[in-house]
Each structure stands twice: as C-alpha cells, then as structure tokens.
Design a protein around this ligand. Structure first.
Ligand code: NAD
Length: 258
C-alpha cells in the first residue's frame, strides 16, 4: 500500500456517495492524503459536508462553480491560505443539458454546446492554471480528469458530451506538454459506464451498461472503486513517469472489435 501522508489534494466533482470523485476521495484519504473537497452549489453542500465528515482527516470544504473564474481563483486562494501547497488535483466534472442528451445531436443548440464544453472541458484548463503555482511550491504535482470512450466512438444519446470529452482529452495532452517542465503531470482515466447522477441523465444508459457487460473481455461492468484505484496510481508516485495519457478502465470493452 502506498503512503501519501503529508500530501494535499483538491477534488472537484463530489455531489453524492455515488460520485466517482467521492470514490477517489475515499481512496486517497485511505492512504493518508489530506483533501479539499469542492461542491458546485449550495444544493450539494449538505451532502458533501456529511460525506467529508466520514473521512479519516477532516477535509476543507469550498464552494466552486467551475464556470466562474472568481470561484476557481477563490478555491485555490483558500488552499494556499490553509495548506502548504498542493500535490494533486482531481477534476471530475461534466454537464450537458437534458435537451442536448435527448434530442438528435444534429439539433444541439449553440448555447448547449458552449455550456457543455465550458463546464466539461475548459474547466480543466482553468483549474490547472490556478492550481499550478501551488504545485510549484511542492516541486511538482499531478492532475487527473475523468473521460469516456464517447470521445472516440458514438454512443446513443451521449451527443455533445462526446464532443466535450474529445476536447477534454486534447486539453489533457496540451496541458501535459505545457506543465511537464514544472514536473506537473496531467492524465485522464477513461471509465466504463457506472450508474451515477450524471449517468442517469443519459437516456438509455442501462442499455449501454448491459452492452458492456455482454461484450467486455472481463464479462462485467466496472465499479467506482476500480476507477478510484487507477486514479490513485496515476496521482501517486507509481505514476511518476506517466503524463498526457488516457488510461481506459472499462473491463477491456474499448479493445474489442466484435
Ligand atoms: P456526478 O454527477 O456524481 O459528478 C458530476 C459532477 O459535476 C457533480 O459533482 C456536479 O456537481 C459537477 N458539476 C456539474 N456542473 C458543475 C459546475 N458548473 N461547477 C462545478 N461542478 C459541476 O457523476 P460522475 O459519473 O461521478 O461524473 C464525474 C466525471 O466522471 C464526469 O466527468 C463524467 O463525465 C465522468 N465519467 C463518468 C462515467 C459514468 O459512467 N458515470 C464514465 C466515464 C466518465
């Protein structure tokens, strides 16, 4: 078991106990990392505070709507004030409107397109820019985001999220290139389908789950703990030689032809 005592990380994207960000928070807490959890709006605050109280080390709790440059700045300013630099950042944030996920992709409005790309892809750039100076104080760091195979292939109703994930994966590579000389690594875990609040917003999600179960080499879907353990590997010392990478955790589904 790795020991991350003395490290500090920010995790953006916890909304409830099913959130992949929460699984990652638990995995990092279990090996001694001290955390800051952010929540998108007051609606989620109570939930996130309750979850945070179950961690071994009490986390900092900070509101952060990633569409607001001021809130992204405030999040990092709070970390700078309260902690001694930053070792890792987890970005587990995505959004697409109900219409964008249920109407034909061809009908996606400009407004829905821009909103989805802003929240799901640009936000990684905004957070990385604000977090990098805090990572400099620690001699480097690790940034991780979550993506999905819908960036490369078409899945029913994934629509504009697929475009946003393609952009997000490109953001990972360009950030990795910019930040490598500062010893800051940037990677993504591409997770197979898991029932969460966001996933429930995709009409026909259960069919996607069944398809993965039937077609994956492992003959099953994956769970949040499996994503979290891969995230921990990439965030921790085991991943020190890895950057600009999209690591797929989907029971092997992506590798199959038929
Ligand atoms: P989730 O609903 O628990 O997490 C999504 C998070 O995004 C929520 O915490 C929500 O509050 C946050 N968010 C949305 N708009 C925001 C904003 N403006 N500011 C700040 N936060 C905002 O669902 P999840 O499945 O855990 O999603 C986490 C990440 O994992 C997403 O990027 C998602 O695309 C990705 N992912 C999920 C799956 C899956 O099947 N569940 C598969 C692959 C990738």
């Amino acid at each position: 078991m790795i020991d991350l005592s003395g490290t500090h990380g920010v995790i953006v994207g916890v909304s409830n106990k099913r959130s992949l960000a929460w699984a990652i928070a638990q995995a990092m807490d279990a090996v001694g990392a001290q955390l800051t959890l952010s929540y998108a709006t007051e609606r989620f605050e109570g939930n996130v505070r309750k979850l945070g109280a179950t961690l071994c080390q009490p986390p900092l709790m900070v509101p952060c709507d990633v569409t607001s440059d001021a809130q992204v700045r405030d999040l990092c300013a709070t970390v700078e004030r309260e902690r001694d630099g930053l070792d890792f950042l987890v970005h587990a944030v995505a959004f697409a409107s109900r219409a964008a996920l249920s109407e034909p992709f061809l009908e996606t409005s400009r407004e829905d397109f821009l909103q989805s790309l802003d929240i799901s892809a640009y936000s990684l750039l905004a957070l990385a820019r604000a977090a990098a100076p805090l990572m400099d104080q620690r001699g480097g760091g690790s940034i991780l985001t979550l993506t999905y195979l819908g960036s490369q292939r078409v899945f029913p109703n994934y629509n504009v999220m697929g475009v946003a994930k393609a952009a997000l994966e490109a953001v990972v590579r360009y950030l990795a290139s910019d930040l490598g000389s500062r010893n800051i690594r940037v990677n993504a875990v591409s997770a197979g389908p898991i029932k969460t609040l966001s996933a429930a917003g995709i009409p026909g999600f259960s069919q996607i789950l069944h398809h993965y179960r039937d077609r994956s080499p492992l003959g099953r879907t994956i769970d949040a703990a499996e994503v979290a353990e891969t995230a921990r590997f990439l965030l921790g010392p085991g991943g020190r030689g890895v950057t600009g990478e999209v690591l797929v955790v989907d029971g092997g589904f992506h590798s199959t032809g038929m």
